[in-house]
Ligand binder design. Structure first.
Ligand code: UT7
Length: 319
């Protein structure tokens, strides 16, 4: 059962106009190709664990819980504070949690969906009761700020949800994670990757992407895992209340919704204000749609994401 949702964005907002002073681009190009108008950039002292901790505190507050109630912390991130220890353990310490377990999960832009699926398996097995599932990123630290084909697309932020195990009952009827479908295919590495890492280069590296190729694959992959979710629950697009996709590009989101027959009025889109925040994008979008009253208790909500690896997946949730 989803008990709470929260988010945190850095104070510093960077508009397309400001980006156009750094690289040869324009507000018009960025808006037309992606829908993005602005992004948030973390201050130097705002590491991923700092953003994640603030999002977690916001989620705990909406759940009316304290950190002591949590026995599982999963942080989905591709921009950890350090190579090790896991960012999740830093979040756990910052929240004052000294019991249970905390670990990171790395599936790039699909990280939050993978983390929801992982948490659900821990909770449904009975081994843990209450989970903080966090997507947190400082992608600004990975960008090559001279490469206009990538630096205009990404931003920083964090979002979190609190999940609680339910004793008995169907998630579809009573609330909770109805199904998750995860996929990956490592043959696509070079289409979206970071050209550094401790073992290969002993450096952090920069994000590299063949945007058009990623775009081409994204729509079909999303289609597959969403149709899997529909088939397992024996529902159609008409049964959904909200579709909350990974926020990479407005054109990808719109064409996925059209192909899947999802009414445009049910699509939550925040890419225009957050840009692509990788694993943070879905919980950031959830937080906006819960705070403004769109997503309500008992709503049927479908999440989907696709990212580097490639990785992709869907999660169907009865709110
Ligand atoms: O989150 C993980 C998943 N990632 C994604 O889903 C990203 C998927 N890909 C995309 O969103 C899009 O492919 C992009 C937004 C990255 C690019 O849009 P596009 O319509 O595929 O453009 P393009 O790459 O085909 O580039 C078109 C033109 C090129 O110029 P020429 O070769 O036609 O002369 C680029 O050099 O636009 C040029 N261009 C730019 N112009 C102004 C590329 N970046 C920029 C820029 N400003 N920032």
């Amino acid at each position: 059962m989803v008990r709470g949702v929260g988010a945190y964005l850095p104070e510093r907002r960077m508009t397309n106009a400001e980006l156009a002073t750094l690289v040869d681009t324009s507000d018009e190009w960025i808006v037309q190709r992606t829908g993005i108008t602005q992004r948030f950039i973390a201050a130097p002292e705002e590491t991923t664990s700092v953003l994640a901790t603030r999002a977690a505190m916001a989620a705990l507050s909406t759940a009316n819980m304290t950190a002591a109630d949590i026995d599982l912390v999963i942080v989905a991130t591709s921009t950890p504070d350090y190579t090790f220890p896991a960012t999740a353990t830093q979040v756990q310490a910052a929240l004052g949690i000294h019991h249970g377990v905390a670990f990171d999960l790395q599936a790039v832009c699909s990280g939050f969906v993978f983390a929801i699926a992982t948490a659900e398996k821990f909770l449904s097995s009975g081994s843990h009761r209450r989970a903080l599932v966090i997507g947190a990123e400082t992608f600004s630290r990975l960008l090559d700020w001279t490469d206009r084909t990538t630096c205009v697309l990404f931003g920083d932020g964090a979002g979190a949800v609190v999940l609680e195990a339910e004793d008995g009952g169907s998630a579809f009827e009573m609330g909770g994670i109805v199904s998750t479908h995860l996929r990956s295919d490592g043959r696509h590495r070079e289409k979206l990757y970071v050209d550094g890492g401790p073992s290969a280069t002993k450096s952090v590296g920069h994000l590299r992407m063949e945007g058009r190729e990623v775009f081409r694959h994204a729509v079909g992959m999303v289609d597959g895992v969403v149709r899997d979710a529909f088939a397992l629950a024996n529902i159609t697009a008409a049964d959904l209340d909200w579709f909350v996709p990974h926020q990479a590009n407005r054109r990808i989101i719109d064409s996925s919704a059209v192909r899947l027959g999802i009414d445009a009025g049910k699509v939550v889109t925040t890419v225009q204000i957050h840009a692509n925040t990788s694993a943070a994008s879905i919980p950031l979008a959830l937080s906006v749609a819960c705070a403004d009253g769109r997503i309500k208790k008992n709503d049927l909500v479908l999440l989907e994401a696709m990212g580097g690896g490639f990785t992709w997946g869907s999660a169907l949730i009865r709110w």
